[in-house]
Design a protein around this ligand. Structure first.
Ligand code: ADP
Ligand code: MG
Length: 225
């Protein structure tokens, strides 16, 4: 339909754009980091002032992480597609997010069948699942709740369902998902869902979003095996 078409088109433009942008930005970041590292060992700079250099270095690293986490997917040829087990990626992501969930009073309920083999890029898949589940946890952070993850095989498809009982979204908000920089959060990047749609469409998967404000959201990802 038209919505999916527009989304695919946006994705295409964005991935072309971000591939070159992330490459162009990485260079000045690296140069700046190098000079700051030189300054940090300078003997003419006071220790108090070195703290500022340290903060600057930390922030540069954070910027690099954003490039790595969100824009790395944009390089079309650098994917490392490997026949892997989705169950392992899911388990990895669940463990990585456990402390974040606990901190936000969110319980993780996890249901699995067995191993689910498929060709995909393991790092991208991890990042993609992290981006979805992190959003779900963030949607519940005020009152806590349950993040319910189910993975099953249904005929020739792998179905991943990620459900939260958080703030939910209006239909209009659902339509904005995957739009670059669309975020309703104070410190949001608005790049997480863009990455999610990119990764899933690369492996010919589909994402269905069911949501109700004040009730919660369910993402259902269908991936052909
Ligand atoms: P960010 O998390 O940095 O805001 P994302 O691209 O990950 O950017 O998400 C974009 C927006 O989509 C979020 O700001 C939020 O408004 C909405 N969203 C995504 N997932 C959920 C969810 N599970 N529940 C409610 N809103 C969500
Ligand atoms: Mg996010």
């Amino acid at each position: 339909n038209r919505e999916n078409f527009l989304r695919a088109e946006r994705l295409h433009v964005m991935s072309e754009l971000s591939a070159s942008v992330s490459h162009e930005i990485r260079n000045p970041l690296t140069v700046t980091k190098g000079f700051l590292q030189l300054l940090s060992v300078s003997r003419t700079i006071k220790d108090e002032d070195k703290a500022y250099i340290e903060y600057s270095l930390q922030e540069l690293i954070r910027a690099e992480n954003i490039l790595n986490d969100y824009l790395a997917f944009a390089k079309p040829q650098s994917e490392n597609m490997v026949h892997s087990d989705l169950k392992e990626e899911m388990e990895y992501v669940k463990n990585v997010l456990m402390p974040f969930a606990v901190f936000n009073n969110v319980e993780i309920d996890y249901q699995f069948t067995n191993s689910l083999k498929k060709d995909y890029d393991q790092n991208q898949m991890k990042q993609c699942l992290i981006n979805i589940m992190k959003n779900s946890i963030e949607a519940m952070k005020d009152d806590g709740g349950t993040l319910s993850i189910k993975v099953m095989e249904q005929g020739k498809n792998i179905i991943i369902s990620i459900q939260d009982n958080g703030v939910g979204m209006t239909n209009d908000e659902i339509r904005q998902l995957g739009k670059p920089y669309y975020s309703t959060k104070k410190e949001g990047t608005g790049l997480g869902m863009l990455m999610v749609y990119g990764t899933i469409s690369k492996i010919k998967g589909k994402i269905d979003v069911q949501s109700r404000t004040g009730e919660g959201t369910t993402f259902t990802i269908t991936i052909p095996t």
